[in-house]
Design a protein around this ligand. Structure first.
Ligand code: HEM
Length: 423
């Protein structure tokens, strides 16, 4: 079934099929599965007696659409997130870069190499692709692009009057201990994939293409998704051992996405219609202290039990929480929409462990990512309440912070990341 490969790059001859799939012998079967998955990016699998839709970890997620992929998309297993400083002062150079990035992103999310590939080109020139993803599947790679408040500052690129009102600078919250070198950024790219090497390859190649025009400001690797956007799948657990994402916005709940996640055409910033706003917070967990806390205290802190994930006084994870049964300082009680004037956001965070903190403890925690229609109505009010009273604060500290406007989706192969912003 494998299609013939050309000498260059392992690309199937005369075929748009992704080279990495072809190398694995997917060929036609892979394409059929990709097409089947194109709508919802899921493929039906049967296990036991259930016909439960499950994410196909090898498939490609369509890059083009009204919204960028990587928001409502079923959450992949791995993350590589990068924030960039724009180093060029030239608007035309920045636009050229965004076009190049978009073309590379189109190819990489489809499982293809960047440009002419990793080998087979002129021996005198460096290859277009770095090569470490050759032979790997598309792995549901999504690349989600955003712009930070600093891109609009001082009219650097003639964008001062294009800054969306909803893209506010986050206030300093009580307890914040933010490291400037892990915060902010003019641009960001969130790479999510089921294979870490595929996610890292994508960020690395975008950074390489950007050289001379952008510089990586900070980046974060993540594993073990801490939120689900697929409520019928098993809810993942965070580093504190609790199910996380139970009451998240589902990626198929169109009404909730429209109300709480996608920027609307009448929201005041026309070019953002169909986009969203992303808050990223690097939250350090003091897991060594947490591991010595009694089970009852751990459960009281969240307002849910550790095994089932059921809210206090209820039997099942999906039972409706009864907030008054929880401590007034319980995380779920404080974060619940009923405590925040109906505020909701789509959480899409990942766990991290980045070596040690030099004091004999793991530098571990939650890289919190949340998408919302307006930061002033989503993250800010919820975090104000949490920062003030959350019992969890004894065990966590926010050490990095960034906010980005995530433009609407790239419509087709002529469109590019940020086109509407520069129009
Ligand atoms: C390390 C930090 C955090 C941990 C370990 C954590 C953990 C959890 C857990 C276990 C739940 C219950 C299950 C669920 O519905 O997802 C939950 C719920 C929630 N969390 Fe967090 N969370 C953290 C930080 C935050 C932050 C910074 C925010 C937003 C500012 C937030 C917003 C929410 C919301 C909105 C819910 C759902 C509440 C509901 O509707 O019942 N969390 N979190």
């Amino acid at each position: 079934m494998t299609e013939p490969l050309t000498e260059e790059n392992g690309e199937p001859a005369g075929s748009p099929a992704p080279s990495r799939r072809a190398l694995l012998g997917w060929g036609g079967a892979g394409l059929a599965l990709g097409a089947a998955a194109a709508g919802g990016t899921v493929a039906a699998v049967r296990s036991g007696g259930d016909a439960e839709p499950a994410a196909d970890t090898g498939a490609a997620v369509p890059f083009h659409g009204a919204h960028q992929a990587g928001i409502a998309t079923p959450v992949q297993d791995r993350l590589h997130f990068a924030a960039f400083d724009v180093t060029t002062k030239d608007r035309a150079e920045l636009i050229a870069l965004l076009k190049e990035w978009t073309r590379a992103a189109e190819r990489m999310t489809a499982g293809r190499t960047v440009g002419e590939g990793a080998y087979g080109g002129p021996a005198e020139a460096p290859p277009d692709d770095t090569g470490e993803a050759l032979g790997l599947r598309p792995s549901r790679l999504t690349l989600t692009f955003g712009v930070g408040p600093s891109l609009f500052a001082e009219d650097r690129f003639g964008l001062a009057d294009r800054r969306p009102e909803a893209l506010v600078d986050l206030p300093k919250f009580p307890g914040d201990n933010l490291d400037a070198s892990r915060s902010g950024g003019d641009l960001c790219v969130q790479a999510c994939a089921d294979d870490p090497q595929v996610a890292v390859h994508a960020i690395r190649n975008l950074a390489r293409i950007g050289m001379g025009r952008t510089a990586v400001r900070w980046s974060q690797l993540g594993f073990g998704k801490t939120s689900s956007t697929t409520p019928h799948s098993q809810t993942p657990r965070n580093m504190m051992g609790f199910k996380d994402g139970t009451r998240n916005i589902s990626g198929t709940d169109e009404a909730a996405l429209t109300k709480h996640v996608w920027a609307g055409a009448t929201d005041g910033t026309g070019w953002m219609a169909g986009g969203s706003y992303l808050v990223a917070r690097r939250i350090r967990m003091h897991i060594e202290t947490w591991d010595r806390a009694p089970l009852q205290e751990q459960e009281d802190i969240f307002g849910r039990d550790k095994g089932e994930g059921a809210p206090v006084g209820k039997a099942k994870e999906r039972d409706e929480p009864f907030l008054k049964a929880m401590l007034p300082t319980a995380h779920v009680r404080l974060a619940h929409p009923d405590s925040n004037g109906g505020a909701r956001m789509l959480r899409r965070g990942y766990s991290f462990t980045d070596g040690t903190d030099g004091l004999g403890r793991l530098d571990a925690g939650l890289f919190f990512l949340a998408y919302q229609r307006d930061v002033r109505k989503g993250f800010i009010p919820v975090q104000r309440g949490l920062a003030a009273s959350d019992a969890l604060n004894e065990y966590i500290q926010h050490v990095g912070s960034a906010v980005f406007a995530v433009p609407p989706g790239v419509r087709d192969t002529d469109d590019w990341w940020g086109r509407a912003l520069f129009a």
